[in-house]
Design a protein around this ligand. Structure first.
Ligand SMILES: [Zn+2]
Length: 393
């Protein structure tokens, strides 16, 4: 692979915007960053692209993806192409790496889905797809009263033996586990999980503030889709929401589709919560990028999508989303009134840091993977590069 120069563009660096800057990509990594006055030569680059009027930002990192483009992470158990289809679909929307999120399922089915994701990671995603950084196990150790779109019949109390089996089958790929600390002995297992390098997330839970405090002490550092599938903020019992907003140990996921969280509440979170502790996620399902209809499924349950909103048939609970990260970015900027530079960390370095991938993902710095997104003035994705390889539509 030869080199690529992206010239004459606004480069969003960790600490500033380099106006009229240039970035040189070689060997899949960011090799050089130049200001407008600096000497440069095309050298052995095989492409020099003048991207004047555009913005060059880090590729998006989504730690909560169930599916997209018609494929579901749980299909990986049987279908060796499922993860690749998800990776390609989201790459077209600026996501350059993600965690494949499983749903609550039987022990056997969940184990086989984990095996399938690991196989896909070992094979590697074909050029043009986002990189799979690992697994997010969303369940099965949740609170059935806050099941959301997870099948309550299969939610079960924390079982360390099953957890160990999943970690073993994941062969190091399990990076994030969502659990309800108040259920079974989950609270007492957080420390063991965290000490194995797993990011422990509180979610699908109605933990009170005291339980959240103890979970933080044990090593919990993340909250799965803040506000959704949890007890609301109460002024005498702050619960998960109130505690998460004020405790810097916790990074909070937000689904910025306009359905899961009211736009003003998105603005409120950005006003209150430490900015480097917000991670925008899609929670996208197979129906993302597909037409409206009622033939979809999530975790084995039937889902209807209407006007881009996915709900479980019967309960009407929101069933993940049809969101993509490019739209999450546009909406977060619109909802908060903040600048692109202020919102970007929530889609890039913050989630990367949360899963220990910030040594090579999440920012434009020399030596990091050339995971790059070029945005137009209206924040539409013009081009995506994953490790220096252009994603084609
Ligand atoms: Zn989810």
């Amino acid at each position: 692979m030869k080199g690529l120069w992206i010239r004459n563009t606004d480069v969003y660096l960790p600490d500033r915007v380099l106006t009229g800057g240039s970035v040189y990509v070689a060997g899949g990594r960011i090799a050089r960053i130049c200001g407008p006055e600096e000497e440069w030569s095309p050298g052995d680059a095989d492409e020099v692209w003048d991207a004047e009027g555009l913005s060059l930002v880090p590729g998006f990192v989504d730690v909560h993806v169930h599916g997209g483009g018609g494929a579901d992470v749980m299909d990986a158990a049987e279908d060796d192409g499922a993860i690749g289809r998800i990776a390609r679909f989201h790459a077209l929307h600026g996501t350059t790496s993600f965690l494949a999120a499983t749903m609550t399922a039987s022990r056997d089915e969940l184990g086989r889905a984990v095996d399938g994701v690991v196989r896909a990671m070992e094979r590697g995603i074909a050029a043009g797809g986002a990189e799979v950084l690992g697994l997010h196990l969303e369940g099965p150790f949740l609170n059935p009263r806050r099941c959301g779109a997870q099948n309550p019949a299969l939610i079960r109390p924390f079982d360390w033996e099953e957890m160990e089996e999943l970690l073993a089958r994941g062969r190091g790929a399990v990076r994030l586990v969502t659990l309800a600390p108040e259920c079974g002995d989950a609270l007492h297992r957080i420390n063991a999980l965290a000490s194995r390098g797993v990011t422990v997330s509180i979610g699908h839970s109605e933990a009170d503030a005291e339980t959240v405090r103890r979970a933080i002490e044990a090593g919990a550092s993340h909250v799965t889709h803040l506000f959704n599938a949890m007890n609301p903020l109460h002024h005498r019992e702050p619960g998960i929401v109130g505690t998460a907003l004020i405790r810097d140990e916790l990074t909070v996921e937000l689904i910025c589709d306009g359905f899961h969280v009211h736009p003003d509440v998105v603005k409120l979170v950005f006003a209150v919560k430490r900015r480097d502790k917000i991670a925008l996620v899609t929670d996208a399902i197979a129906a993302a990028g597909m037409p409206d209809g009622d033939g979809y499924r999530l975790g084995g349950l039937p889902v209807t999508v209407k006007d881009g909103k996915a709900v479980l048939q019967g309960s009407g609970n929101l069933a993940g989303s049809c969101l993509t990260m490019d739209r999450a970015l546009k909406q977060a900027v619109a909802f908060t009134g903040l600048s692109l530079a202020e919102v970007l960390p929530a889609l890039t370095i913050n989630p990367a840091r949360q899963i220990g991938a910030d040594d090579r993902k999440g920012s434009i710095e020399v030596g990091k993977d050339a995971d790059l997104v070029v945005l137009g003035p209206d924040l539409t994705v013009v081009r995506t590069y994953v490790k220096g390889v252009r994603v084609d539509g």
